[in-house]
Design a protein around this ligand. Structure first.
Ligand code: NAD
Length: 427
C-alpha cells in the first residue's frame, strides 16, 4: 500500500517515519514547503525528535519520499492530512490549510481511497468542511471512498510515548469508514481506539487539550493566590501531590505555549458560540494563563525594586525561550510576551537558549547569546522561563545578581537556596 501524508511538520513527519518503519507501507510525504521536501529527500530531518539516520535509511530503502506535487496524491491508497490549524488575528479558527489540503485531495480523489484528517479542529470540520469538498466530483463518502477523523497525540520531546505506542483514537463518517481507517492504522500503531463518529473523535482531542489548559489555569491561579498569601506555591503543590488518589499534579509557569494547548480550546469556544453556548471554563483558563507573563514582569519589577532599581533602563537576561523544556519550538511561547512586555517598559533584554538561535516577532528579533561570565555581570536580573535540562543551575544561582525562576527549576535541580515566595531565588 502507498500512504500519503499531507504536511511534514511536527505531526506529519513522525507519522511518515512510523508508517515507513513498519515495512508494510511505502510513504509519500506532501508539503508546500520546497525546503522541507528537499530536506526529507536528501535524508535530513528538520524535526528534533527524528534523526537524519532514521530519515536517511528509509530513503535508501525506498520506503519514503517527499514531494510538492499534489497530483501524486492519486498514487496513494490512504491519505492523512496533518496541516496547521492556527487561530486568526481575531482568535477564530483558521481552517484555510485544511481547506487547501482538502481541495488537493478532491482534485485527484480515486474510488477506494481512505482519507483521514489528523489536524486538531472543532467538532464538525470533517463532515462540514472536508466531506462536501471531497464529494464535489460525484464520489460519495462511505460508498466510493472512506473518510475518518483521527487526532494526533504526539508530545514533542517525549521519549516514552511515541507515535507507535500512544493509543490512537479514530472515528469514521460511516461504520465502513471507521472499519477501514482502524485496520489501516493497526498496521503501524500498537493500539487503535475506535469511537462511533468523526465528531466524537474531534471532541476527544479538544477535551484532552482543554483538560490541560483548564488545569494549568487552575494551578496558575493557585500560584497567584499563594503569592498574595506569601506561601511557596511549589512546596504546596509537591505536598498535595503526595496524595495517592484524587489529585493530578500540574505546575504553574510563565504562561501557555506550543501549537496546541493555547490554541485548540478556542476552536471549541468558537464552535459553541455558533450554537449560542459560552465555554466558561475555557474562557476563564485562557484569561488566567494569558495573564501569567504580566505576573512574571511584576516579579522582575519587584526584585529590581529590592535593589533600588527601576525596570526602565535595566538589563534582563532570559534563560530559555522555547515553550517547554528540551524542545526548539517557540510557537505561542510565553517568552515572546514576557520579552515584549519588558522591552515596552524600557528594559534591555537579551536571551540564551541552546535550542533556539533566533527569536522573531512582529517588529523585532533577538539572537541567542553565549552564556558567558560577562553576560551574567551585564544582567541586573536573570529570568528562567524554560527549564532546559542542560542548564547549569548551580552556576546560574551563583552568578545571577537577581534571579526569577518561573519553573521551580533551581529547586528541581536539587539546589538548596532561600526562595522568597518560590519565584524569586536568592543565593
Ligand atoms: N505539534 C504538536 O505537538 C501537535 C500535537 C498534536 C496535534 N497537533 C496538530 O497537528 C496539526 C499539524 O501541526 P504541526 O505541529 O505538525 O504543524 P507544522 O507547522 O509543524 O507542520 C505543518 C506542515 O504542513 C505544511 N502545509 C501547510 N499547508 C499545506 C498544504 N496545503 N499542503 C501540504 N502541506 C501543507 C507546512 O508547510 C508544514 O510543513 C495541527 O492541527 C496541530 O494542532 C500538533
Amino acid at each position: 500500500m502507498t500512504f500519503g501524508v499531507i504536511g511534514l511538520g511536527y505531526v506529519g513527519l513522525p507519522l511518515c517515519i512510523e508508517a515507513a518503519e513498519s515495512g508494510a507501507l511505502k510513504v509519500i510525504g506532501f508539503d508546500v514547503n520546497k525546503q522541507v521536501v528537499e530536506g526529507v529527500n536528501s535524508g535530513c530531518s528538520h524535526i528534533q525528535d527524528l534523526t537524519d539516520d532514521q530519515v536517511g535509511s528509509l530513503r535508501k530503502r525506498g520506503l519514503i519520499e517527499a514531494t510538492c506535487d499534489m497530483s501524486r496524491l492519486a498514487e496513494c491508497d490512504a491519505i492523512s492530512i496533518c496541516v496547521p490549524t492556527p487561530l486568526s488575528k481575531t482568535r477564530d479558527p483558521d481552517v484555510s490549510y485544511i481547506s487547501a489540503a482538502s481541495d488537493a485531495v478532491a482534485a485527484t480523489l480515486c474510488p477506494g481511497q481512505l482519507i483521514v484528517l489528523e489536524s486538531t479542529t472543532y467538532p464538525g470540520t470533517t463532515r462540514e468542511v472536508l466531506k462536501p469538498k471531497l464529494e464535489s466530483n460525484g464520489l460519495v463518502a462511505g460508498e466510493d471512498f472512506y473518510l475518518c477523523f483521527s487526532p494526533e497525540r504526539i508530545d514533542p520531546g517525549n521519549k516514552t510515548w511515541t507515535t507507535r505506542n500512544t493509543p490512537k483514537v479514530i472515528g469514521g463518517l460511516t461504520e465502513a469508514c471507521g472499519d477501514v481507517g482502524q485496520s489501516f492504522y493497526e498496521q503501524f500503531i500498537d493500539t487503535v481506539v475506535r469511537v462511533s463518529s468523526v465528531e466524537a473523535a474531534e471532541l476527544t482531542k479538544i477535551l484532552e487539550n482543554t483538560f490541560r489548559a483548564v488545569n494549568i489555569g487552575l494551578v496558575n491561579e493557585i500560584a497567584l493566590i499563594a503569592d498574595r498569601l506569601g506561601v511557596d506555591v511549589w512546596e504546596t503543590i509537591e505536598a498535595a501531590a503526595t496524595k495517592p488518589f484524587g489529585f493530578m499534579k500540574f505546575t504553574p509557569g510563565p504562561g501557555l505555549g506550543g501549537h496546541c494547548i493555547p490554541v485548540d480550546p478556542h476552536y471549541l469556544s468558537w464552535k459553541m458560540r455558533t450554537l449560542n453556548y459560552k465555554t466558561r471554563f475555557i474562557d476563564l483558563a485562557s484569561e488566567i494563563n494569558s495573564g501569567m507573563p504580566f505576573f512574571v514582569v511584576d516579579k522582575v519589577r519587584e526584585v529590581l525594586n529590592c535593589n533600588r532599581q527601576p525596570l526602565n533602563g535595566s538589563s534582563i537576561l532570559i534563560l530559555g525561550v522555547a515553550y517547554k523544556k528540551d524542545v526548539n519550538d517557540v510557537r505561542e511561547s510565553p517568552a515572546l510576551d514576557v520579552i515584549q512586555l519588558l522591552r515596552q517598559d524600557g528594559a534591555d533584554v537579551r536571551y540564551h537558549d541552546p535550542y533556539v538561535s533566533k527569536l522573531s516577532w512582529e517588529g523585532g528579533e533577538l539572537y541567542s547569546e553565549k552564556l558567558t561570565d560577562e553576560l551574567f555581570s551585564w544582567a541586573d536580573c536573570v529570568v528562567i522561563l524554560t527549564d532546559h535540562s542542560d542548564f547549569d543551575y548551580a552556576r546560574i544561582v551563583a552568578q545571577a545578581k537577581a534571579l526569577i525562576d518561573t519553573r521551580n527549576a533551581v529547586s528541581g535541580a536539587g539546589i538548596v537556596t532561600e526562595a522568597k515566595d518560590g519565584w524569586i531565588v536568592t543565593s
